[in-house]
Design a protein around this ligand. Structure first.
Ligand code: AMP
Ligand code: FES
Ligand code: ZN
Ligand code: ZN
Length: 308
């Protein structure tokens, strides 16, 4: 098997396009594709500071590495990691984030939610006052805290490491469950509706998990290999199984589904949805954006008071 670009021995064959590539040309190919995604969805302006949300996992670590190559001497990059207080898992995650940021010379801020908000995800898991699954609570905390600190550090956009596999399975789940709002707001670029919100981008939207895994290995990128102890993701993973099977039977179908969702369906849904716009107001406690009197994060904090 020979690399299509240089004719040297190839390390990988991409099933969805038949391309055979050696290590250096695979690395170059992934960086080019991410650059294309950023351009295609107009995610970043020349003067923007990009905050990269780093979990310590392979996807967001690979994302930082790719962005560092793309913006080698232009846009400013900063890393943000949230220490969620999940026992040893959080300590390990922070360790990998710091190692990579040191290596790439990217400034990093580690936000400890125990210090900032006086509770941890471990506390929330044990609390009898909280009935929602812990992953949902954790997602809420991450969204809120990332937005607050991205603004604090003057970032214009917040980049997360969501990859194509996650995005396709979430899309299928939203379709099956009729989550109209999420279908309208989903996609690779969520512009800021208000000064209180930082725009969110997903530069790995068109890159698969297999590709970020290979990219990380080929570049010796350090990342945490253990998964979160609370990671069940039971329903999403059944959607993931289905979409992975579809990809196996019809290579390239996941990419096509996402492209058509953005190009055709999302646009049509937006045009159709004229009256369901909920008015944005500001939380009475923290001043952040919400559709209620008190935002979901402040309600959670209230429940966690005295719940050490
Ligand atoms: P997940 O929701 O765990 O699948 O993570 C999706 C994305 O959210 C990751 O690729 C990161 O960009 C971001 N993220 C997840 N956990 C953290 C964390 N503890 N700190 C900062 N960003 C995170
Ligand atoms: Fe949030 Fe596991 S990382 S519950
Ligand atoms: Zn080559
Ligand atoms: Zn609030």
């Amino acid at each position: 098997m020979k690399c299509k670009i240089c004719g040297e021995s190839a390390n990988i064959k991409l099933d969805y396009c038949g391309l055979k590539l050696c290590k250096p040309h695979f690395i170059e190919y992934i960086q080019k594709r991410v650059k294309r995604t950023i351009k295609r969805y107009q995610m970043v302006r020349k003067e923007d500071t990009i905050a990269v949300a780093l979990s310590g996992g392979k996807d967001s670590q690979a994302l930082l590495h790719i962005l560092k190559q793309i913006y080698v001497d232009s846009n400013k990059l900063i890393g943000i990691h949230i220490d969620l207080g999940i026992n040893d898992y959080s300590q390990e995650s922070a360790k990998f984030v710091r190692i990579l940021c040191d290596e790439l010379e990217v400034p990093v801020h580690v936000i400890n939610i125990k210090e900032e908000y006086n509770f941890t995800i471990d506390n929330a898991k044990k609390s009898k006052k909280i009935r929602r699954p812990i992953c949902g609570i954790c997602g809420l905390v991450k969204r809120y805290v990332l937005n607050v600190f991205a603004r604090k550090y003057k970032a214009d956009v917040l980049a997360t490491g969501h990859v194509m596999d996650d995005e396709v399975s979430v899309l299928l789940s939203n379709l099956v469950n009729g989550n109209f709002e999420q279908l309208i707001r989903g996609g690779p670029f969520l512009p800021s509706d208000d000064v209180s919100m930082v725009a969110r981008i997903k530069p790995l939207y068109e890159i698969s998990e297999l590709e970020t895994t290979l990219y990380s290995h080929f570049n010796n990128i350090p990342f945490i290999e253990i998964t979160c102890p609370y990671d069940v993701k039971a329903t999403v993973s059944s959607y993931k199984q289905v979409t992975n099977k579809l990809e196996e039977m019809q290579p390239g179908s996941r990419y096509l589904l996402l492209r058509n969702y953005i190009k055709i369906y999302k646009k049509a849904l937006k045009d159709y949805n004229t009256e369901i716009q909920q008015e944005l107001c500001y939380c009475k406690v923290c001043g952040g954006p919400t559709i209620r009197d008190i935002c979901a994060f402040c309600s959670l904090r209230k429940k966690m008071e005295g719940n050490e």
